[in-house]
Structure formats: C-alpha cells, structure tokens
Design a protein around this ligand. Structure first.
Ligand SMILES: Cc1ncc(COP(=O)(O)O)c(C=O)c1O
Length: 359
C-alpha cells in the first residue's frame, strides 16, 4: 500500500457539487442575508427532528445562549452541564449571568451522568444542558425522570436514536451547530429548535434588533445568512448518506481493532451511534494529561492526524476537583479521523495505522 504523503486531517467537510451549486445560486440571486433559504433550512431541520420549528442563528454557542434566555434563565439561577465538553455550554451559561454547575460523565459513554445530575440539583436549578457527545445519545430517559427542563445539545449528534426517538426531540429546547466539521455543515451556524411555538417566538425576538415593536435589551444580531442556509439545506438532503457512511467507517475501524488493547466506543441498549467521532480509550498512556502526545505523534508519523476529542475538561480550567471520569476520559480518549469524505485510500491508510499501533 502506498502511504499518502499529505496528512489525513482529523476532519474534513463533505463539500460536493450540490453545495457549490446551492451557494452559487444564492450569490447569483444577490440575496445573501437571512431570507427564504434560512426559513427553508429551519423547516427542514424541524421536520428532521420531528419538532414544530427552528430559529437559525450564527453559531451553536449563540444557539445555547438564546435557548437559556428563552427560558428566562439569568442571575441567581443554576444550570447543570458536564465537565467533559467544549467550553461553549459553560460560556453560554456565563453570558446570561447564571451559575454553571459542573457534573461528571459516565466514562463508558462519555455522556453526562444522570446520577451526578440528581446530586447537583438544588432549588435554583433551572435547566440541564445535555450534550450528546461524539454521535451517541446521552441517557435521555434517565435525565427526563429528574423533572428538570433539558436543553439538548445536538452539536455533535443528529439522527441517532434513544429508545426509538431521535436525539433532539426530547428536550424542551434543542440546539444544533453547523460549524465546518459538524455532521451538517454551513461554515458556521446554529439553530434553536422546539416543539413549543411560544418558545420559538421568543428565540426569534432575540436574534435581531430591527423591525420589532419595542427595544429588547437582550436582542442582538445573531442572524444566519442565506448563503450558509443554502449549504445547510443541501447538506441536510444528504444527511442520511453521511450517517450511513460514518457507521460503515466505524465498523471498519472496530474490525481492525478487534482484540487490540484499546477500549472501543460502546453503544448501550436502546441507543444508536452515528460516530461523529470514533473515540477509543488508550489505557496504557502515561499517567498525566499529555500522555496521549506520543500516540498522536506516532499516528502523525503514519500521516494520520488524531486528536484529543475534548481539549480540556471544564473543571480543570476552574481548578475544581471530584470529576474522576472526566479526568480519565481526558487522559485516555483519542479521536481517530472519521468523516464521510474520507477516500478508500485514506481509510486503508488509517486502518493500517490502527493495526500497527495496537495489534
Ligand atoms: C457539544 C458542543 N456544543 C456546542 C458547540 C458550539 O458550537 P459552535 O462552534 O457552532 O459555536 C460545540 C462546538 O464544537 C459542541 O461540540
């Protein structure tokens, strides 16, 4: 097998003729700002998740902030979120003036731990942000039993099922991200979705300041452009094939790693996985937070770019203790490149690199 000279990146969007044509049509139309295509994308995403509607904004982080504001969450309120996630949910809680309460994850699934959420509940708890990490739904059924409003963060997971229903369909509000590497990409972008029309109306009032009956100090300009939405619409039409390819690639990697000394992604009963990331746990790395560095360097030698899937657990930025599963995940979790645009040659090279590292 010939080794591809250029590095296989950790992620690369699937940009095809359909996307280029959709973007070109918007450019030719001279209507670039939020317009008919944003509405079409909102309707399409809502239909995909089985919800009443969506409100497109310019990032997933903005969508989280809007979701919190829609629920009237602010100073004096507490919002629970996992430590093992990117900083976006924590930032959104901070920006609305509420207090983030970090909890640990379940190591096997990397998902927010419902038992830890139960322990963190207080009379001030107003919502739980539930990220579905790496393509696997969190334990929604257990979280729903706690009786607190859930904000489902679907930035990393779309189309996966929990107890037969799609992720994103259970929370009071759902947020998505359409950043360049996401399951559906638009360059940047986000969306707040819900089955409750009144909540959606409030979200609409927060994303723009013009053409409204009164001045709203919480409103700002968070609008998505028709150019982004056109790409989103074109991507949404192909999402089923993207997810199918992801599941197939995961199967290839899992087969290559059979019997190897790494912990493979698990799929608990009642859930399905769409493999936004293929994350293994490498048990024998050095017992510090840079232990994966050597493994990543060896993969780079094979021209395969692997990454830590979460840069740093939030509690470590804040100097907090008592998050053993997040610590262990951060120390040992490694993300292998998995995206639909991988060529067969690239897949073969990744499989060879996996075997040479671990068999
Ligand atoms: C779980 C999760 N939530 C929210 C976000 C924020 O999305 P965006 O980058 O579009 O602001 C991300 C982004 O990577 C994410 O992974």
């Amino acid at each position: 097998m010939t080794i591809i000279a250029t590095m296989i990146p950790h992620s690369r969007p699937s940009i095809e003729n359909e996307d280029i044509q959709a973007a070109t049509e918007v450019l030719r139309s001279h209507h670039l700002a939020q317009g008919a295509l944003v509405e079409q994308f909102e309707r399409g995403m809502a239909a995909y998740l089985g919800l009443a509607g969506g409100v497109a904004v310019n990032s997933g982080t903005a969508a989280l902030e809007v979701a919190l504001r829609v629920l009237g969450i602010g100073a004096g309120d507490e919002v629970i979120l996992p430590s093992y996630v990117c900083a976006a949910p924590w930032l959104a809680v901070q920006r609305v003036g509420a207090t983030p309460r970090l909890v640990d994850i379940e190591l096997e699934t990397f998902s927010i731990d419902p038992a830890a959420v139960r322990e963190a509940l207080t009379s001030k708890t107003r919502a739980v942000i539930v990220p579905h990490l790496f393509g696997l739904p969190a334990h929604l059924t257990a979280l729903e039993r706690l009786g607190v409003p859930l904000i489902e963060d679907c930035a990393q997971t779309l189309g996966a099922l929990e107890q037969g229903r799609p992720v994103g369909s259970a929370g009071l509000l759902t947020v998505c991200s359409f950043y360049a590497t996401k399951l559906i990409c638009a360059g940047e972008g986000g969306m707040v979705l819900s089955r409750d029309e009144a909540l959606l109306e409030r979200a609409r009032a927060l994303r723009e300041y013009d053409g409204v009956p009164s001045l709203n100090p919480a409103a700002t300009n968070l609008k998505m452009t028709d150019l982004q939405a056109a790409i989103g619409v074109a991507q949404l039409e192909r999402v089923a094939s993207f997810l199918e390819r992801r599941v197939w690639l995961a199967h290839e990697y899992a087969t290559a790693l059979k019997g190897a000394g790494v912990v493979q992604p698990i799929v608990p009963a009642g859930r399905s996985h769409v493999y936004y990331r293929f994350v293994v746990r490498v048990p024998d790395v050095l017992n510090n937070h840079d232990g994966l560095g050597e493994v990543i360097a060896r993969f780079e030698g094979c021209r395969v770019q692997c990454r830590k899937p979460v840069f740093r657990s939030l509690h470590r930025y804040l100097g907090l203790e008592g998050f053993p599963a997040s610590e262990e995940a951060e120390r040992t979790a490694l993300s292998i490149p998995l995206f639909p645009a991988l060529t067969d040659e690239e897949v073969a090279q990744i499989v060879t690199a996996l075997r040479s590292e671990w068999s």
